[in-house]
Design a protein around this ligand. Structure first.
Ligand code: PLP
Length: 393
């Protein structure tokens, strides 16, 4: 038996383990300091009432012989939820989808990794960096050739394809984790044009789409003309509706997306029906409620709360004249470390001098060095206290 040698090429992920270790050492030495955590990528507000009520009703149905449900059969999601997603795309994004272009899953992370099953291992992958580490790691596991396009303060951490770059698969994440930067329409048009010229496929990660409040910014790649011929979109209810522990997401593969004569929708359907048995009925009923009138009103209340945190942080950085991106249409603020400090030096400085924890940018790739991610997912009281400490520092 031989193991997959590619796993040996993966870098050990020291980021969150390293952070936890430093916090432990600090809090042992300083037991009286109230540490404020602005490093988290997880939500803190609970599920909204529309969701929990729908889930309670579904639990009752599962306990009655007449309404009990076993296997979902297809593994691609119940029609009621796929229709609710189509309704959301139509009203919120003016994008028309068919129900069978929507695949329900247990979240965007699984789908972003699993989608690689339908592509040849010979493909070259283009990844804008710094970025959510899953894209890089899943392709290393599969032994694919990876090329990078580099984010920097000069391009506002919205890298575009470089001249002569030849890629088959392209990852885009907008609003971006970790930078909070959002591609505008013109930039996405250029990406779509590039993908069409190269016969490439864009894997568009829209996990944070609900944070886009500026109506001029695209909240779906399918708002760009021609994108249905070259893109797959990944969405998640994790940050949208607090489903990080409940688990539900969806992936959109338009019928128009065809390569080598094969619709990719058909390949993914085959893949999912073979390897996936679906998301629990109870969770899917909760997810359906997110897209109802009451659900949308309630989750948007939560998004407003996080965006207000982001505004408070952004405003403070502006006053202090610290360069940053994100915050306006995203739950992340990506700042340049003051005084040319490295990401980890700034991490130590902020923890030791102000008792604040953030995420060192170097953990998201080499272009993240010298930058730092703050998250707006904490409590409003913590954020207010944190900015006061930062100003004092
Ligand atoms: N995509 C991005 C950019 C993320 O930041 C995350 C989670 O942090 C995910 C996908 C994963 O989402 P899910 O919880 O749906 O797996």
């Amino acid at each position: 038996m031989k193991i997959n040698e590619n796993y040996k090429k993966l870098k050990t992920d020291y980021l969150f383990a390293g952070i936890a270790k430093k916090i432990n050492v600090f809090s042992e030495k300083n037991p009286n300091v109230n540490i404020i955590r602005l490093g988290i990528g997880d939500v803190t507000l609970p599920l909204v009432p529309a969701v929990t009520e729908a889930m309670r009703r579904a639990v009752s149905e599962m306990g009655e012989a007449e309404t009990f449900r076993g296997y979902e059969n297809s593994g691609v999601g119940y029609l009621f939820l796929r229709q609710a997603v189509c309704g959301y795309y139509s009203t919120a994004k003016n994008v028309k989808l068919n129900e069978d272009e929507v695949f329900i899953s247990d979240g965007a992370k699984s789908d972003l990794g699993n989608i690689l099953d339908i592509f040849s291992a010979d493909n070259t992958v283009l990844i804008p960096e710094p970025v959510y580490p899953v894209y890089v790691d899943t392709n290393i596991m599969a032994g694919r050739n990876i090329i990078y396009t580099e984010g920097s303060a000069d391009n506002g951490f919205l890298p575009m394809p470089g001249r002569g770059m030849k890629a088959d698969i392209i990852y885009l994440c907008s609003p971006n984790n970790p930078t909070g930067a959002v591609y505008n329409k013109k930039q996405l048009e250029l990406w779509v044009e590039y993908a069409m010229q190269n016969g490439a496929v864009i894997l568009f990660d829209a996990a944070y789409e609900v944070f886009i409040r500026d109506k001029n910014l695209p909240a779906s790649i399918f708002q760009i003309e021609g994108a249905k011929k070259c893109a797959i979109e990944f969405c998640s209810l994790s940050k949208t509706a607090g489903f990080t522990g409940t688990r539900c997401g969806y992936t959109v593969i338009p019928h128009e997306l065809v390569r080598e004569g094969e619709p990719l929708n058909k390949l993914w359907l085959r893949r999912q029906t073979t390897k996936f048995n679906g998301v629990p009925y109870i969770v899917q009923r909760g997810a359906e409620a997110v897209f109802g009138d009451e659900g949308l009103k309630q989750i948007n209340g939560n998004i407003d709360y996080y965006l207000e945190n982001a505004r408070v942080i952004s405003e403070t950085l502006e006053k202090l004249d610290i360069w940053f991106t994100g915050g306006g249409n995203a739950p992340y603020i990506w700042l340049r470390c003051p005084d040319n400090m490295s990401s980890w030096e700034f991490f130590d400085y902020l923890l030791e001098k102000a008792g604040i924890v953030g995420t060192p940018g170097a953990g998201f790739g080499k272009n993240g060095e010298g930058y730092f991610r703050l998250s707006a997912f904490g409590s409003a009281a913590d954020v207010k206290e944190a900015v006061q400490r930062i100003v004092k520092l």
